[in-house]
Ligand binder design. Structure first.
Ligand code: 13P
Length: 143
C-alpha cells in the first residue's frame, strides 16, 4: 500500500478552537494522512479526535515551527494547514515567517485559514494524485 501523504497542522492560540472545529468536521478525511503538528495544537486535536494519530513536535515557540520547516526542506511534507493569528504579536515571529517562507520556496500546498484548508483537503495535489518535485523555485543556491 502506498504511504499516506504527510500533512502538518498548526494553529496559533487564538485559532486553536477553529483548528479543533476544522479537525472534527474533517476527521474522517484526515485519517487518510500521516499527521504531524506543533505540540499544543496537536494535543488539542488529539483530544477532540481520538481516531487521529498525530505525531506531535515541540510547541511552536520552542522550535515546533522549525521542525516542520525542516520536513519541508527535506521533502518529507506534502501539505501545511496553518491557522495564523494576524492580530497578535508573537515572540517567535521569525520562526513563523521562516516556516511560511520555506512553504512558499518549495511550492508547498499551504492553507492559512479554514476556508482554504477545506479546499486544500479536497485537492488531488495534496492526496498525491498529482505531484511536484521538491526543488524550490529559488534555484541551485538554496539546495
Ligand atoms: O506557535 C505555534 C505556531 O507558530 C503553534 O504552536 P503550538 O501548537 O505549540 O501552540
Amino acid at each position: 500500500m502506498p504511504a499516506k501523504p504527510t500533512l502538518a497542522l498548526v494553529a496559533h492560540d487564538a485559532k486553536k478552537d477553529a483548528m479543533v472545529e476544522f479537525a472534527e468536521r474533517h476527521e474522517e478525511k484526515l485519517t487518510s494522512f500521516d499527521l504531524v503538528a506543533t505540540g499544543t495544537t496537536g494535543g488539542r486535536i488529539q483530544e477532540a479526535c481520538p481516531s487521529l494519530n498525530i505525531n506531535r513536535f515541540k510547541s511552536g515557540p520552542l522550535g515546533g515551527d522549525q521542525q516542520i520547516g525542516a520536513m519541508i526542506a527535506e521533502g518529507r511534507l506534502h501539505g501545511l494547514i496553518f491557522f495564523v493569528d494576524p492580530l497578535s504579536p508573537m515572540p517567535h515571529d521569525v520562526d513563523v515567517k521562516a516556516l511560511m517562507r520555506l512553504a512558499v520556496a518549495y511550492d508547498m500546498p499551504m492553507a492559512l485559514n479554514p476556508s482554504t484548508a477545506g479546499i486544500l483537503l479536497r485537492s488531488s495535489r495534496l492526496t498525491g494524485l498529482t505531484t511536484t518535485s521538491n526543488t524550490p523555485e529559488v534555484g541551485a543556491a538554496a539546495q
